[in-house]
Design a protein around this ligand. Structure first.
Ligand code: ZN
Length: 147
């Protein structure tokens, strides 16, 4: 595995072994399927909105620990948030992933997602970390069109 801070590695492995919001809900406003062919990661994400609030988020997937932990962390962060806040969190995380290892993650905004900061040093793995977040973005656009 990559050289990540031990504490961060524990957070990632904990989400990988005990994922949040895993298991697809029957009811949803949008369902998306995203893949990361370079690593073999796949996720399906179901999203439901109540007005502009994230009412439900559930997912299923297979792949590396980074991709699966990241979608678990993302799902916990976005659940219950207004889409405007969700977008800010997402932008914050994307900036962190583009920071080439020098970004200073804001734990108040990103919570457990700060554990993924070290991934930004490994260009080949950034797509793993972003997979679930891009799926969320896609699903939120589709769900808003529907509502
Ligand atoms: Zn991966």
């Amino acid at each position: 595995m990559m050289q990540l801070d031990n504490l961060y590695q524990e957070v990632i492995l904990d989400h990988y072994k005990h994922p949040e919001n895993k298991g697809l809900a029957d009811a949803f406003d949008a369902q998306v399927h995203h893949i990361n062919p370079s690593c073999g990661d796949e996720i399906t994400l179901n999203l439901s909105l109540e007005g502009t609030k994230v009412k439900g988020i559930s997912w299923d997937g297979v792949g590396c620990s980074i991709s699966q932990a990241s979608v678990s962390i993302m799902s916990g962060l976005m659940l219950g948030k207004d889409l405007m806040i969700a977008q800010e969190i997402l932008d914050n995380f994307v900036s962190l992933m583009q920071s080439k290892g020098v970004g200073q993650p804001d734990e108040n905004v990103l919570e457990d997602a700060v554990a993924l900061a070290g991934v930004s040093q490994y260009p080949a793995r950034i797509k793993c970390a972003l997979l679930g977040w891009m799926a969320f973005k896609d699903a939120s656009v589709q769900a808003q069109k529907k509502n």
